[in-house]
Ligand binder design. Structure first.
Ligand SMILES: NC(=O)c1ccc[n+]([C@@H]2O[C@H](COP(=O)([O-])OP(=O)(O)OC[C@H]3O[C@@H](n4cnc5c(N)ncnc54)[C@H](OP(=O)(O)O)[C@@H]3O)[C@@H](O)[C@H]2O)c1
Length: 293
């Protein structure tokens, strides 16, 4: 992994990073700019655009659920196609909409899938002609949640499992065309995500009936406490950003990378143990996070 902070010579290549206002997206944008790429950094607000703007970082307004934004960004990539080719897209934007399956309204299921799955597909479709012509790369940020579905994470894990599957299909479709597809599966990384996810989970819990409170309050409390503790002990976002940048600069990337020790262990364990054993492991890990009575 590259660890220097020195600015490397400019390359004549673009990379598009979605969800670059905070967390891993912002860190990846900065690291790729340091390594010489001209980064189109997707953000949703002008304030975030001003914040991320820097030498070699050009903010673009990109809500990945907004077709007009996607069209504008594809046109921006097209403007440079004669001089600077698109080396990669990093499909990183994401939200966490967590509640028990019984409780989560369908509109919230759709919102989760609109951002964490369909948005990435829409962005990929829009820039794919440029990547085919540059023999570039698609980097999809999934999660350990794309391998293991925690209780209350049905929607998040559902969208991440689906993004893993779509990435596998895409890799097999595009390999003959010279476009590589890389999946990155982070474990706990210290970003805004856990805080935002906990706020959403608490808001959704307010809509529960008293019976549902009886059934799920303890579980929701334990899951959110566990998420908060993951954030404290997580990999710093800058380290994750370097690992993501490595998937673009390495000559022969693997199909999948994990980020963090927790992810490396859990993804391997999930592959070899039975469902019942995995249930027991998850239950044991969650037990210390239940409120003491
Ligand atoms: N942090 C972790 O522990 C962890 C673990 C596994 C996987 N991941 C994945 O890593 C990715 C990055 O997350 P992060 O941890 O860096 O979280 P983060 O700091 O919350 O960043 C999420 C980014 O996604 C953007 N976003 C949300 N909705 C969007 C939309 N509709 N269109 C475009 N951008 C949108 C946010 O922009 P706004 O500021 O405008 O909302 C923000 O820039 C996500 O895909 C997440 O699922 C994170």
């Amino acid at each position: 992994m590259t660890t220097s902070t020195q600015l490397l010579p400019a390359k004549n290549e673009l990379v598009l990073v979605t969800g670059a206002s905070t967390g891993m997206g912002a860190a990846t944008a900065r690291e790729l700019a340091r390594r010489g790429y001209h980064v189109l950094a997707g953000v949703r607000r002008e304030t975030d655009a001003n914040q991320i703007q820097a030498d070699r970082i050009e903010p673009v307004i990109l809500d990945i659920t907004a077709p007009d934004d996607i069209e504008s960004v594809a046109a921006r990539v097209g403007q440079d196609s004669g001089s600077r080719r698109l080396r990669a897209v990093v499909n990183n934007a994401g939200i966490a909409v967590n509640a028990p399956v019984e409780v989560l309204p369908l509109a919230e299921w759709r919102r989760q899938f609109d951002v964490n799955l369909f948005g990435h597909i829409a962005v990929t479709q829009a820039v794919l002609p440029f990547l085919i012509s540059s023999r570039g790369r698609i980097v999809n940020i999934t999660s350990v949640g794309g391998k293991i579905a925690m209780p209350t994470h049905g929607a998040y894990a559902g969208a991440k499992f689906a993004l893993e599957a779509v990435s596998d299909s895409l890799r097999r479709e595009l390999a003959p065309l010279g476009v590589q597809v890389v999946i990155v599966e982070p474990g706990g990384v210290t970003t805004e995500m856990a805080g935002r996810g906990i706020a959403t989970a608490n808001q959704l819990a307010e809509g529960m009936t008293s019976d549902q409170h009886g059934r799920y309050d303890g579980l929701i409390g334990a899951i959110t406490a566990q998420a908060a503790s993951f954030t404290k002990t997580g990999v710093p976002a800058d380290i994750a950003g370097r690992a993501i940048a490595d998937t673009i600069t390495t000559p022969n990337p693997r199909t999948r990378y994990t980020i963090g020790r927790d992810a490396a262990i859990l993804v391997r364990v999930a592959r070899i143990v039975t469902d019942r054993t995995l249930d027991a492991i998850l239950r044991r890990n969650l037990a210390p996070h239940y409120a003491k009575r």
